[in-house]
Design a protein around this ligand. Structure first.
Ligand SMILES: C[S@@+](CC[C@H](N)C(=O)[O-])C[C@H]1O[C@@H](n2cnc3c(N)ncnc32)[C@H](O)[C@@H]1O
Length: 195
């Protein structure tokens, strides 16, 4: 496996997200009411839709060391790009979960276009209501508060050795195995410990 072309994080306090991800999500939060008005049945989003840039998606998959046989879950999967990229590049099965039906429709269309519809599925559900037990890799681009709310569920349901990669935000006092920067984004990697 090639080492990821990312530079080590400089000595900055852990827990402070990089401004790229923060600004993108703040802009998304400001747009939430506009987006909600434009949709027929607005979903109650915990996090606004802001897609991860493709080079950052690639870096997330490399950081998780995704390999054939893995099962990837993206919690809050947007247009499906992380799940679809993993299926295309590594041939892995993936599940995307998103509470917004418009995102699910978009993700299914993107999967068909990419020719990976047989490997992936997109579930229109609240990410707190789904069991992730079969995952070997979990990806997140959420918010600090949502990561913290999710942490006990991840630790309870995921098997030891499962890798979790978060774009932009840490998980409080759960020390990551690695923190890397790509452009203005910070990525965090954790491995679920033995029970
Ligand atoms: C910042 S976007 C990330 C999209 C994608 N993972 C990516 O990195 O490109 C967050 C996504 O979470 C979804 N979302 C927000 N609250 C959710 C919830 N409670 N359950 C499932 N999805 C949710 C939004 O609809 C949005 O698509």
């Amino acid at each position: 496996m090639r080492a990821p072309p990312v530079r080590p994080r400089p000595l900055a306090p852990r827990g402070l997200p990089r401004w790229g991800a923060v600004l993108a999500l703040c802009a998304g939060l400001a747009l939430l009411p506009v987006v909600a008005r434009a949709q027929s049945a607005p979903a109650a989003l915990d996090v606004p839709y802001v897609p991860t840039p493709q080079p950052v998606v690639d870096a997330m998959l490399r950081l998780a060391k995704v390999k054939r046989g893995d099962v990837l879950y993206d919690l809050g999967s947007g247009d499906g790009r992380i799940v679809i990229a993993a299926a295309k590049r590594y041939g892995v099965r993936g599940t995307g979960i998103d509470i917004d039906p418009d995102r699910i429709r978009e993700a299914n269309a993107n999967a068909r276009k990419a020719g990976v519809a047989k490997l992936v599925r997109f579930v229109n559900q609240d990410l707190f209501q789904v069991d992730y037990g079969e995952a070997t890799v979990v990806t997140l681009y959420l918010l600090p508060r949502i990561n913290l709310q999710l942490k006990p569920k991840l630790l309870e349901e995921l098997r030891p050795g499962t890798r979790i990669v978060s774009h932009g935000f840490d998980m409080g006092d759960w020390k990551p195995d690695r923190v890397v920067e790509i452009g203005t984004s910070t990525l965090y990697l954790w491995t679920v410990p033995p029970k």
